[in-house]
Design a protein around this ligand. Structure first.
Ligand SMILES: Cc1cc2nc3c(=O)[nH]c(=O)nc-3n(C[C@H](O)[C@H](O)[C@H](O)COP(=O)(O)OP(=O)(O)OC[C@H]3O[C@@H](n4cnc5c(N)ncnc54)[C@H](O)[C@@H]3O)c2cc1C
Length: 379
């Protein structure tokens, strides 16, 4: 039997597609140019229940599943890479508390993330802990009923605008990865500061920032999950998050660029005929389409496995690796099909090409995905 989306998933696809066309696309170029976080879009996404897709209604979510989250990210990414990044990374942060938070923590922090319009951020990376996330230097020292956090995080999406941060810090430094714990930090806590706000190549509206902790006193009830288990929790959460954050986002950007390329090739006349008549370009279109479809099925399959509560470590890594490379390939060829016009900011293609690149880097670089896939294949 052929794979079919359920009626609910089709409804989400239509709803988010309309939202992306009417709300995201009109300001995509502007927020890119101004490096501006799309607060108004985030507010509307919350009002329409889009931020809650895939989360339980019990905590303010909209229900549905990982496939629905994947489709929602894909639809947003077709029109605006920044919005899909903002949405999916916010959801990735919320997923962390969904998986590992206590009932009280979910009431206090998950609900505002899903229905309260508060932006969430996931803070793992540090200047000396990128791919080697085990090399953290941020520390949390027990002090009475609190932990005191000191250190800094870099490249945090939503870092300068979030209200709730999920922060990984060392609670037992000699134990390395077995001495890392996860904390919920509020933006208003004394000693919490936003540092450098990055100027970036793509997804420019996603408010990537450094965050700094100077003796931030975090109550013990904000420790998430078990003490010293934060590293494995973070890895499990990222396994699922990369299906949306990277793979679905890449898929959507590729599809968006593909649609523009097909349209342009039919309209642009050279040598007396639309350039779509040229076999050289038809071959580009064929290669683009094939890679998009391969990326789609790897991505949907990984999301389906997540919904079945099956491991997604390898499948998510394969989807992320393939879809992100497909997005770079497709946006590059789409720009080529546009010729010189594609290089101009009047057309969305150069932005899509810039936005696509991040999907090869974050949520674990593609080299790290190859390590994961290779190990699994050889085990
Ligand atoms: C725009 C943006 C948003 C981000 N958002 C967040 C966020 O919200 N939260 C967060 O915690 N982090 C975030 N990050 C951080 C991101 O996850 C890291 O940049 C990424 O994991 C790579 O780390 P690094 O930049 O330190 O590169 P490095 O780890 O220094 O890697 C440099 C190069 O070496 C390669 N390399 C490293 N180790 C190996 C190896 N063992 N084998 C082969 N090759 C290797 C890498 O693949 C890469 O090509 C974001 C980054 C960017 C750019």
């Amino acid at each position: 039997m052929d794979f079919r989306l359920t009626p609910e998933q089709v409804m989400i696809q239509k709803t988010v597609r309309k939202f992306a066309e009417e709300v995201c696309e009109p300001i995509a170029a502007e927020i890119d140019k101004e490096h501006r976080f799309p607060h108004e879009t985030f507010k509307k996404m919350t009002e329409c229940g889009i931020t809650g897709i895939g989360f339980p209604k019990e905590y303010g979510g909209s229900g549905l599943d990982k496939i629905a989250q994947t489709i929602a990210t894909e639809e947003l990414a077709k029109k605006c890479g920044t919005t899909s990044a903002v949405f999916s990374i916010h959801q990735g942060a919320a997923w962390f508390i969904h998986l590992f938070g206590s009932h009280e923590q979910k009431e206090k922090y998950l609900r505002p993330l899903l229905e309260g319009g508060v932006v969430g951020a996931f803070a793992l990376t540090e200047p000396n802990a990128g791919s080697d996330a085990s090399n953290l230097q941020t520390v949390a020292v027990e002090d009475g009923d609190d932990y005191i956090l000191n250190g800094s995080k870099c490249f945090i999406t939503g870092g300068s605008v979030a209200g709730i941060y999920f922060v990984l810090a060392l609670t037992d430094p000699p134990a390395k990865t077995r001495g890392i714990s996860a904390f919920i930090v509020e933006a208003g806590m004394p000693g919490f500061e936003v540092g450098k706000i990055e100027e970036k190549m793509g997804i420019r509206g996603s408010a990537t920032a450094e965050i700094i902790f100077k003796d931030v006193r975090v109550p013990k009830e904000n420790l998430m999950g078990k003490l010293n288990k934060g590293f494995s929790m973070a890895l499990a959460s990222i396994d699922a998050a990369r299906i949306t954050v990277a793979a679905a986002q890449a898929l959507g950007i590729a599809e968006g660029a593909f649609e523009h390329a097909v349209q342009y090739s039919k309209e642009r006349v050279q040598f007396g005929k639309p350039i779509s008549y040229k076999q050289g370009l038809q071959w580009y279109i064929a290669e683009m389409k094939t890679r998009i479809e391969a990326a789609r099925w790897l991505t949907y399959h990984a999301a389906w496995r997540s919904d079945q509560k099956l491991s997604v470590t390898t499948e998510g890594a394969m989807a992320k690796l393939y879809a992100s490379e497909a997005a770079s390939f497709v946006t590059n060829k789409a720009l080529q099909i546009h010729g010189g016009y594609g290089y101009m900011m009047d057309y969305p293609i150069e932005r899509m090409l810039r936005d696509a690149k991040i999907t090869e880097i974050y949520e674990g670089t593609n080299e790290i995905q190859k390590m994961v896939i290779g190990r699994s294949a050889l085990s």
